[in-house]
Structure formats: structure tokens, C-alpha cells
Design a protein around this ligand. Structure first.
Ligand SMILES: Cc1cc2nc3c(=O)[nH]c(=O)nc-3n(C[C@H](O)[C@H](O)[C@H](O)COP(=O)(O)OP(=O)(O)OC[C@H]3O[C@@H](n4cnc5c(N)ncnc54)[C@H](O)[C@@H]3O)c2cc1C
Length: 614
């Protein structure tokens, strides 16, 4: 298995390097893509993806070391009506809206530091025993799809996204038919034995539409089966049977109380929990719902996020279930946008028809395109040609293949991470800079694993496993969606993709969120693929029965999508509005400017940013 992963990475890495080498020096356009081998195809790359190695290097040099000397800069003879910094859903939408507003002949350049477009909306392809399987490497579903703005609604219509299609495309009965539920895997290193208990001990898995929640075990049996000391089991039961009724506060004050008091204090003081195993289960039980571990949540947030001890509840409204998921997640939305703007990039029309389409990456940056997408290009400097208030030009410097290039635009939309903007845009008012710096993002890892079969998973009745002792604190059978000719795995004998989710927290329980993010980000980026592979090996081998699962035999491919800057975490107060103010010919998009870790918001913010351009 290891050899296969290494070989695939090697092949694709070689093609990329070749593309870079054959570029003539001082050429008119600095694109690697136009020179790329047509076989270059990032969605099929495995290994370390998401913020893949090298993608953040120049941005970090700029932000951390204030690097400004990038060697001689090639001034390209390219001029655009709009330059977009960031090729995520927001940047792609901004390009689309700009053309809608000003005409299809308007020239737009989209620059992104990654080797694929879509930003967090990342497509992961796996080929397992000759069968094709898809997974999502980040932005996964159109959440609360019926609650969308007119802008998003109109865009979905243009892109051929028909929400009703998911009523049948999402196989709601899949989990029940296969008896797959929410379980918890306790690993030997942390809990003394490898054990799967058929109970989630929290509400988290409930967001998977159709999954069997904890109905298989009573709270008493679930507490008894947890591999904890007698005292730990007794404390765990107290938490499971706990809830707001155990808080001795007059009813009228309860709301204020739970907003202002810590969940961990509630566990310790109200319920007398001090067992490290129970506290560990609690800390990891809300996973990514609140962008932090439950150790630093208020009782109110922990309850909303379904942390341990709060009764299972329906997360999504029953009229608006969590079924709006393409097999590659929201990457399908990104692909449909790209296809609209660069028609030659793929065969097929509309998101559904494009599910199986192989995109031709060499088409993205053709000089004949009105819209060009230039990948592997980190923007390091954005500056008006004169006084921002009456300048007609903006100069954008970016680094591609370690060389510095400059392009000129009449307008710029910054659709990148908002906290990066003060490091790039020259001359911003100090108050705006300070506001932008406050916008943060929490780190996340979404790993997709290609399995030859899911016989062992079926045997253990795992729809989703919470794994409080592991780096990936949960894993689940990918959403059961068949659409656009793509067929979800049919029987346990068939290949499938499982999704593993890691919300890396800091070592120090209770440390402030920003400190935990920083520590976790550094650790995430310092680990090698082998470290992740070892964790996945130990995780799956400890959880699944040896008679049915052998890691080297059954795991075909692993794609670790590291997002050092994942979900938007707002700076709070009026910092978001102050930060996103237009500045001369530059406006600000990205879901951070919403602020919300949401594709819908990313689109709405793109629309606003385009309207703000004079
Ligand atoms: C793991 C994960 C799961 C998620 N799941 C969901 C979900 O299910 N549903 C949902 O609605 N939302 C989800 N989100 C939120 C997600 O952020 C949005 O859905 C959406 O994809 C954000 O799009 P964006 O364009 O605003 O930002 P991004 O996708 O982050 O795009 C910004 C792009 O700008 C690039 N960039 C940054 N700096 C520079 C620079 N200096 N030069 C060039 N490029 C630069 C970035 O690398 C990135 O590619 C998820 C996010 C993560 C991380």
C-alpha cells in the first residue's frame, strides 16, 4: 500500500516539476499550467493534500518574516479588468458575478497558491481495484440548503444544481439497511484496551442523515461497557443522565448562567467528574461543531454542539435535512463555476453532469480565455498605481515556481483568508488592518481513505465511530450519494471511501483557542505523511476485527487534507465589517468577511465584493 501511494505522488510530482522546467525565462506569461503535461490532474493525487507541501511557504515567509525581496520581478504584459486573489468558492463566484455584471468579454485572472482550484472545496479521487470512488477533502455539503439568499439561489440555477435531486440521490435508508450506527472506538494506548461500544456518548454523529444513533444501548449499559475504572463508569453515567436540570439556578437565570459558565466547570463542579478518561471523551465530543474542543466551551455552546451529556437532538430541520452533498462535496460547485467560465475545461453541463468529468487543467490558464485560473501562485503584494482613491490600476505581485511576477488589474477582489490581507495589501488604513488581523481560522484535517471493501466496518456496525483517543477523532462511511452517473458503494464486498476527521487541539486543556490553534497548526504541518499513515494504520487495525481487516491488504489509498486555516473564526464585535471595507479599487470577499465557515456565505460575500467595485 505504501509503495502505491508513494508511486502515485512521485508520478504527479514529476509532471509538475517538468512543467515548471520547460518554461522559457522572461516569457510573456508566467504560468506553469500552460506548459503542463496534460496528464497533470490534482484531484487524483494522494498523500498530503489540502494545504499541500509548499502551498503555504511564500505566504508564511511574507506573514512571519515580512519577506519583501523576491528577486527580480517579471512584469507580465497582461492586463485584467479584474484580478481575484484566492480561487476558492468565493473567488470563483466573484469572477463569475463580475462577468455577469460587466460582460462576458471582461478579462479576469484568478490567482491561487494551491495546485488545484476550489480552496476548501477539494475533490479527492480514489481508484480502488479499478473502481472509481470520490470523497471530499474539505467543504462537504450545502448546509441548510433551503435557507439560501437570492444570490445563491440564482447561482445554483445557473450551475444546474437542483436541490430536489438529492431527495433520491442521497440514500437515506443506507445506514438502517446495513445496520450501521454511531459507535465509539476506545484505543488501547489511551484507554487500556481496544474496544468498540455501540454508543456515541454524544450527539455529534447525528448530522449524518439516516445514521442509527445510540438507540442500541441504554445509558447504563453504555457506561458499563466503556473501558474506564468503576469510578469512571459511574461518572460517565452521571454525565449521560445529566443536563440542564442538574443546574441549581432559578429558571429565569438559567439562560444567562449557561452562557457565562464553562462546560468543563459544569462537569467538574456540578457533576463531580475528575476521571481523565471521561474528561477526554467530553473534550473531544463536540469535534468541529464549535471550532474548539469542549474544554473551552460555555455550557450553552457545548449543548448546541451536542457535546457529551446533552440529549441527542435533530441538528437539521426535518424539512431541510443534511442530504445536499455531491460525491466530492462542494468541489462540484467549484467545478461547475469553472466550467461556466472556461467552457473547454471539461465535457458536460451543470454540476450533476460534471460529477464524473475529468477536467483538463491545461485549459485553465490559456491566453485565449476571458477568465484565467493560475494555480501555484501565491500573491505577496497588492498595490494601487497611485493614490487609492483615484488610481486606475492595481499591481499584483505573485510567486510561481519561486519566481516573482507582476500583473496589472483595473480592480482586485481579495477572496483569500482575510487575516492574510494586511500582509499583502499596501497602504490599508491602520484600523482596517487591525480588524483584519483579528479574523482567524481553526485547523482541521479531513482524510479520505480508499478501502478495498467494508466487510469489517459492516461487521462492527459502524456508520460513524467517535474515537476520543485518536488523532482522527471520528470516521464515517462517506455519504451515500449516487448522482450524475456516479454510483455509491453497493455491498460490503465493494470498494468504498471512508472519511476521517481530525480537529487538532493544543496539549494544554483549557488554553485559549488562538493558542491551541497555533500549536495545533504547527504540529499538523510538521508531521510527515508517514506519521499520518501510522496513525490511520493503528486506528483502523485497533478498531476492526483482525479476521476481516488487514491494513496492508485492504487500504488502497490515503489522502490527508490538512487545513492549517480551516473554519472561519470571527474576530468578533464589528471587526468583520471594519475589515471588509472597500479600499480604493480593492474589495474583500471570502467567507471570513461574512463571517461564517459556509459556502453560502462565501458566495454572498463574493456578490457584495463585486457590487462594491466602483
Ligand atoms: C474541512 C472543512 C470542511 C468544511 N465543510 C463545510 C460544509 O460542509 N459546508 C459549508 O458550507 N462550508 C464548509 N466549510 C467552510 C468553507 O470554508 C466554505 O464552504 C468555502 O469553501 C469557503 O470558500 P472561500 O472561497 O471563502 O475560502 P477558501 O476555500 O479558503 O478559498 C480561499 C483561497 O484563497 C487562497 N489564498 C490564501 N492566501 C492566498 C494568497 N496570498 N495568494 C493566493 N491565494 C491565496 C487559499 O489558499 C484558498 O485556496 C468547510 C471548511 C473546511 C476547512
Amino acid at each position: 500500500m505504501k509503495n502505491k501511494i508513494t508511486r502515485r505522488n512521485f508520478i504527479n510530482g514529476t509532471l509538475m516539476a517538468t512543467g515548471a522546467l520547460i518554461l522559457p525565462f522572461g516569457c510573456r506569461n508566467g504560468t506553469v499550467l500552460e506548459a503542463l503535461d496534460p496528464l497533470f490532474y490534482p484531484p487524483a493525487l494522494t498523500g498530503l493534500r489540502g494545504s499541500h507541501p509548499g502551498s503555504n511557504t511564500h505566504a508564511h515567509s511574507r506573514a512571519w518574516n515580512k519577506k519583501s525581496d523576491w528577486g527580480s520581478t517579471t512584469k507580465l504584459m497582461e492586463e485584467y479588468d479584474l484580478i481575484v486573489v484566492g480561487g476558492g468558492i468565493s473567488g470563483l463566484s466573484a469572477a463569475y458575478f463580475f462577468q455577469q455584471e460587466h460582460g462576458k468579454n471582461k478579462k479576469v485572472l484568478i490567482l491561487d497558491n494551491h495546485d488545484d482550484f476550489g480552496g476548501h472545496a477539494k475533490r479527492n479521487e480514489h481508484t480502488i481495484d479499478g473502481q472509481f470512488r470520490l470523497g471530499h477533502g474539505g467543504s462537504q455539503s450545502i448546509e441548510e440548503a433551503k435557507d439560501i439568499s437570492e444570490v445563491v439561489h440564482a447561482l445554483f440555477k445557473d450551475l444546474g444544481i437542483e436541490l430536489e435531486r438529492f431527495n433520491t440521490a442521497y440514500d437515506k435508508d443506507f445506514y438502517k439497511r446495513n445496520n450501521l450506527g454511531a459507535v465509539t472506538y476506545f484505543n488501547k494506548d489511551t484507554f487500556g484496551e481496544d474496544k468498540v461500544v455501540r454508543h456515541p456518548y454524544c450527539n455529534h454523529p447525528n448530522y449524518i442523515e439516516g445514521i442509527i444513533m445510540g438507540e442500541k444501548l441504554s445509558n447504563e449499559d453504555a457506561a458499563q461497557q466503556a473501558p474506564l475504572s468503576a469510578k469512571g463508569k459511574e461518572q460517565l453515567l452521571r454525565v449521560l443522565n445529566g443536563g440542564l436540570h442538574t443546574i441549581d439556578v432559578p429558571k429565569a437565570e438559567l439562560e444567562d448562567y449557561i452562557r457565562s459558565h464553562s462546560y468543563f466547570d459544569y462537569l467538574k463542579n456540578n457533576l463531580g467528574v475528575d476521571d481523565p478518561g471521561v474528561l477526554r471523551m467530553a473534550r473531544h465530543s463536540a469535534l468541529d461543531w464549535g471550532s474548539t474542543g469542549a474544554d473551552i466551551m460555555s455550557i450553552e455552546t457545548a449543548k448546541t454542539c451536542g457535546a457529551m451529556g446533552f440529549a441527542p437532538k435533530t441538528i437539521y430541520h426535518e424539512d431541510d435535512p443534511n442530504i445536499y452533498h455531491f460525491p466530492d462535496g462542494n468541489a462540484s460547485v467549484a467545478r461547475a463555476l469553472v466550467k461556466k467560465m472556461i467552457p473547454d475545461v471539461a465535457e458536460g453541463n451543470g454540476a450533476e453532469e460534471l460529477v464524473l468529468a475529468k477536467f483538463k487543467y491545461a485549459q485553465l490558464d490559456k491566453s485565449s480565455n476571458a477568465v484565467r485560473i493560475r494555480l501555484n501562485s501565491t500573491v505577496v503584494n497588492v498595490q494601487h498605481g497611485g493614490d487609492p482613491q483615484d488610481s486606475r490600476d492595481v499591481f499584483v505581485d505573485y510567486i510561481n515556481d519561486n519566481k516573482s511576477y507582476q500583473v496589472k488589474g483595473k480592480n482586485v477582489v481579495m477572496a483569500c483568508y482575510n487575516m492574510m490581507i494586511p500582509h499583502i495589501v499596501q497602504g490599508l488604513p491602520k484600523a482596517q488592518e487591525a480588524a483584519l488581523r483579528l479574523q482567524s481560522k481553526c485547523p482541521l484535517i479531513y482524510t479520505t481513505v480508499g478501502l478495498r471493501n467494508w466487510k469489517a466496518i459492516k461487521e462492527m456496525e459502524i456508520g460513524m465511530a467517535m474515537s476520543p483517543g485518536n488523532m482522527h477523532q471520528s470516521l464515517f462511511m462517506d455519504y451515500p450519494v449516487s448522482i450524475g452517473g456516479y454510483e455509491y458503494t453497493k455491498t460490503p464486498k465493494d470498494p468504498c471511501v471512508i472519511q476521517m476527521v481530525s480537529c487538532p487541539y493544543g496539549e494544554t486543556i483549557g488554553a485559549p483557542a488562538i493558542e491551541q490553534y497555533r500549536e495545533a497548526r504547527h504540529k499538523m504541518l510538521s508531521l510527515q505523511f508517514k506519521d499520518y499513515e501510522d496513525e490511520i494504520r493503528a486506528h483502523l487495525s485497533g478498531m476492526l476485527p483482525k479476521e476481516l481487516f488487514d491494513f496492508d491488504r485492504d487500504v488502497e489509498s490515503i489522502t490527508v487534507n490538512r487545513w492549517a486555516h480551516g473554519y472561519t473564526v470571527s474576530g468578533g464585535g464589528d471587526s468583520v465589517k471594519k475589515g471588509r471595507q472597500p479600499f480604493g479599487r480593492i474589495t474583500i470577499a471570502n467567507c471570513d468577511s461574512g463571517p461564517s465557515a459556509s459556502m453560502k456565505v462565501a458566495i454572498d460575500m463574493a456578490s457584495r465584493a463585486v457590487k462594491e467595485l466602483a
